[in-house]
Design a protein around this ligand. Structure first.
Ligand code: ZN
Length: 427
């Protein structure tokens, strides 16, 4: 494996503005001072990886006057400075100018990018390699460019993995498939109980937590994100094997949830399908295949007279109102003091989840756990149209699941020339 490691905030605890003049090459870098800020486990991690024949490169946005002495004297590693993240041009040139890297790059699975900022995640996505988002330090100030202190930003960019310490990074590198998100793992033939920990809200009586089992990519990404499978949910010809895979990923995740004995979960439910949904009972079918010891119930009902669709509501407020009007919680269940898990197919604007949580809490529910199969990550494209020079978008054929670059013409609300380039599907 080739490991690209970010420097500041990943190897060294140096995101504080105090270090800025050194990073910019204005002040002379005080190596003996920086040495004191190396994260615990960093040097051992490097030693361990090198002993396993993995190769590590530091990839940093900082000035060579800062990156070079640190890389050489503290870590003894090759480096790329002034990387200009999240643009991938310099990193690609760096790869192409090194025969060992460029040969390895023919298989993207040979690479992994480890960093603490959304810039690292986006750069990794543009290179189509897997990314590990690290959280090795506490942040007190929000930094606009790096998004440091803002947990949402990097999460929405969709890192492949998350790590709290170097031990976890080592584990990911040693078992890259088993550490994928639960649903992404199932499609590699592996079982995992990992989920994205989206949000956790504490209330006076309990909490509402949001978890997600796979990334639905829009544009450039590593090959493990599964937008292609998300679109299969709506396919009337979806196979039972496909539904079983989705259900298995939920079962795998729930196994871990049930094993935590701080509290018992009383009900397992799902966001029901409307009568008009195609294919009919698309969530119910998946729900029935889920294996769990928690009591499975149908808690939610759509009004039979529901008009229009949630997808066509213009904004968050309209979505919430739509759900409040047409979706109701079954009154025959006593929900007082109950802990409830709700499965949904996708977490986007979160309007459904928040509205359902409001209804459940008004009925006295205590802890609520939302598990979405997919969440949409932020769009990302770097492809320039060879015909007209405009930026192309990556689109997906909803029926076949294959991807293509589109220089979207005005007919489809774009500004491009209509050029289409097919992308070989790595899945
Ligand atoms: Zn074009």
């Amino acid at each position: 494996m080739i490991i690209f490691l970010d420097l500041d905030g990943t190897l060294t605890n140096t995101t504080h503005p105090y270090f800025k003049k050194m990073k910019d090459g204005i002040d002379t870098t005080d190596v003996s001072l920086i040495r004191k800020y190396v994260f615990p486990g960093a040097l051992n991690f490097i030693k361990e990886q090198i002993s396993k024949n993995n190769k590590i490169y530091i990839v940093s946005d900082s000035h060579p006057r800062y990156v070079e002495p640190i890389s050489k004297q503290i870590f003894n590693l090759p480096f790329l400075s002034l990387a200009d993240k999240p643009n991938d041009k310099k990193t690609r040139n760096f790869i192409n100018s090194n025969p060992e890297l460029s040969t390895a790059f023919q298989n993207k699975d040979n690479f992994i990018f480890v960093g603490d900022s959304w810039l690292d995640v986006v750069l990794g996505r543009l290179l189509n390699i897997r990314t590990v988002l690290t959280k090795f330090y506490k942040t007190y100030v929000k930094e606009i460019r790096d998004g440091i202190g803002d947990d949402w930003k990097p999460m929405k960019e969709g890192p492949t993995y998350y790590a709290k310490d170097f031990q976890e990074v080592s584990n990911i590198i040693a078992n890259p498939l088993k550490n994928l998100l639960a649903l992404e793992a199932v499609f590699q033939g592996v079982e995992s109980s990992k989920a994205v920990k989206f949000k956790f809200q504490k209330h006076s009586t309990g909490f509402t937590a949001f978890r997600c089992l796979a990334r639905q990519e829009d544009g450039e990404c590593d090959k493990y994100a599964r937008a292609d499978q998300y679109f299969q949910i709506d396919n009337p010809n979806r196979s039972i094997d496909f539904l079983e895979k989705l259900a298995l990923s939920v079962s795998n995740y729930l196994q871990k949830v049930e094993a935590q004995d701080n509290f018992q979960w009383d009900y397992l439910s799902y966001v029901s399908d409307k009568k008009t949904t195609t294919p009919p009972q698309k969530m119910e079918q998946i729900f029935k295949l889920i294996t769990s010891n928690i009591s499975k119930v149908k808690l939610f009902h759509w009004d039979l007279n529901v008009e229009g669709s949630l997808r066509h509501q213009p904004n968050y407020k309209a979505r919430r109102e739509f759900i409040a009007k047409y979706l109701s919680t079954d009154s025959s269940y006593d929900l007082n003091n109950k802990n409830i898990i709700v499965i949904d197919d996708q977490f986007t604007s979160s309007a459904t989840a928040y509205e359902i949580a409001t209804q459940l809490r008004s009925r006295g529910a205590k802890n609520i756990l939302f598990v979405a199969l997919f969440y949409l990550i932020l769009p990302l494209s770097n492809k320039i149209c060879p015909n007209c020079g405009k930026k192309m978008q990556i689109k997906i054929n909803r029926k076949k699941g294959n991807k293509f670059y589109s220089c979207t013409p005005p007919k489809y609300r774009g500004e491009g020339c209509g050029n289409i380039i097919n992308i070989y599907n790595e899945h």
